[in-house]
Design a protein around this ligand. Structure first.
Ligand code: ADP
Ligand code: LRH
Length: 487
């Protein structure tokens, strides 16, 4: 048949889903086969991912998806599972919001100074970069016993196929990859005593990743052989691949639990100004660089909604739209918001500390969060253009946050640029399209983007008014002198 079906396993920090993409000449259709919550669990030793529950959701999803021509897997970045010499998982993967990395970066920098690390890896400072997680785990019984480290999507692919690999776009978030070569940063690893033999060989989007094991076929009711295809296994790499942009003069914001705001470039930006602004150079498809900043994203709202006992999100957003604009803003890039818990109080504290009115009702706090996210989007889009000398005419928003029309409009207003919002399931679409491309069904990146622009519903938001109010709000946060600590 000229239409092929691809299953995209896409695990976000808040939910996992198995989507089915049908791709044919000029057509691209995505349907949801199965969605399941992703709920981390706190045990005495810390915050852990429920990886078995997630794998169970993947199997259930593949059963619901039915017969497909291939499967691709993407998930959030940086986290991993350790395997023993028999290939069995050693414990639940540690969550990147776990506190074990507190104070670890300073120890690492005593051996390799932060500026040298940035020059070699181009990665932003985030306490949870795999490099710091490995430094935190040093000396633990588990790491001592480990023979292999698999990043989350590679771990799931291993369970599905029995084959091991390290997918490059996600590997670029470990802080152990040189973005200029797309190979390991051997010198950094050696100086920090990281054993690169822990990692399986690198593989790239489009590479074959094995076939579903007979036992998996049995459990999912599929008939083999069903190939697994390597995709941009970092969810943000898949999402950027599915930005329906025309040409190169665009910025993107992948909005979900995080907002990842930046540019697609041909080469990394590694200078000191870029490091000071905490931009990251992660790898994308075809040797591209995802030059972006992590912003706390809708995590801020998710955590408040949880604290408020899960009120209806639609009603909350309607009330927030009526609340006074830009009354108080917080720095949505601040690592102070990384850990779970007490989010309404932490936001109130941040407003108080900057001498602004303290938002009180859920509607006011929600408005504060959305104004703050739009402000952080504005700053990232402006700084990325300046640092990379790459001007843009439009901002594309993709991911779950496109369903938040207020956030999209505020982002257009704050950036002073038109926003094109959609698709919401960008990571799954990028996952599907890379599989389709590996099988010769779609052309190059530009061709993939044209297909998305023609087939996916997109919403356009024009900026309202000038950006003076946003500049004033920005000054409230930078007026403190030093730049706040970024993620
Ligand atoms: P992740 O992949 O990080 O788990 P998603 O891309 O699925 O995140 O986005 C989840 C977020 O999208 C939610 O936290 C919520 O804020 C937002 N969202 C989802 N559905 C809606 C909706 N109907 N209206 C407004 N916002 C929504
Ligand atoms: C988004 C994401 C992001 C990473 C974070 C850990 O899901 O992959 O790109 O920085 O999770």
């Amino acid at each position: 048949a000229s239409v092929k079906s691809y299953a995209a396993v896409d695990l976000g920090a808040s939910s996992g889903r198995v989507m089915v993409g049908r791709v044919g000449p000029g057509t691209l259709e995505l349907t949801e086969a199965h969605r399941f919550p992703n709920r981390p669990v706190r045990v005495p030793e810390g915050l852990r991912w429920d990886i078995l529950g997630l794998y169970g959701g993947v199997l259930e999803g593949l059963r619901a998806a039915g017969q497909v021509d291939s499967v691709g897997i993407d998930s959030w970045a940086v986290d991993y599972g350790l395997l023993d010499a028999d290939g069995a998982l050693l414990g639940n993967p540690v969550h990147y919001r776990d506190a074990r990395t507190e104070g670890v970066a300073e120890r690492v920098w005593a051996t390799v100074p932060a500026a040298e690390l940035y020059a070699a890896t181009g990665l932003q400072y985030a306490p949870f970069n795999t490099l710091y997680q490995l430094a935190a785990a040093r000396g633990s019984a588990q790491l001592a016993q480990a023979g292999r480290l698999l990043l989350i999507p590679d771990l799931l692919a291993y369970w599905l196929t029995g084959e091991q690999g390290t997918e490059l776009t996600n590997a670029s978030t470990t802080q152990l990859i040189d973005p200029r070569t797309g190979d390991w940063a051997y010198d950094v690893a050696a100086r920090l005593g990281v054993d690169l033999d822990l990692f399986a060989p690198l593989r790239r989007p489009g590479d074959p990743a094995g076939v579903l094991r007979p036992r998996v076929l049995e459990e999912t009711g599929l008939s083999g052989p069903v190939p697994v295809t390597t995709v941009g296994s970092h969810d943000t790499a898949s999402a950027v691949a599915a930005v329906p942009a025309d040409g190169e003069r665009f910025a993107y914001i992948c909005t979900g639990t995080w907002s990842l705001a930046g540019l697609e470039l041909d080469a990394p930006v590694l200078g000191e100004a870029s490091r000071a602004a905490n931009f990251t150079n992660e790898l994308g498809l075809d040797g591209t660089v995802r030059y972006l900043r992590n912003i706390m994203g809708l995590w801020l709202l998710q955590e408040c909604v949880r604290a408020w006992g899960n009120p209806d999100l639609g009603e909350l957003l309607r009330a927030a739209a009526e609340a006074p604009a830009l009354r108080s803003v917080v720095d949505a890039g601040d690592a102070a918001f990384l850990a779970p818990g007490h989010m309404p109080e932490r936001i109130a504290d941040a407003c108080r500390a900057t001498g602004q009115p303290v938002p009180d009702s859920p509607a006011e706090i929600t408005r504060c969060i959305l104004d703050s996210l739009a402000l952080a989007h504005r700053k990232a889009v402006a700084q990325a253009q300046a640092l990379a000398d790459h001007p843009v005419d439009v901002v594309h928003i993709v991911g779950g946050g496109t369903r938040n029309t207020l956030l999209c409009q505020l982002t257009a207003d704050a950036c002073g640029l038109p926003v094109v919002a959609g698709p919401a399931e960008a990571a799954a679409l990028g996952n599907v399209l890379v599989q389709a491309r590996a099988h010769g069904l779609v052309g190059d990146r530009a061709g993939m983007r044209r297909l998305l622009a023609r087939t996916q519903p997109l919403e356009r938001y024009e900026p309202r008014g000038g950006t003076a109010a946003w500049r004033e709000a920005e000054a409230r946060l930078t007026g403190r002198g030093a730049e706040p600590a970024a993620v």
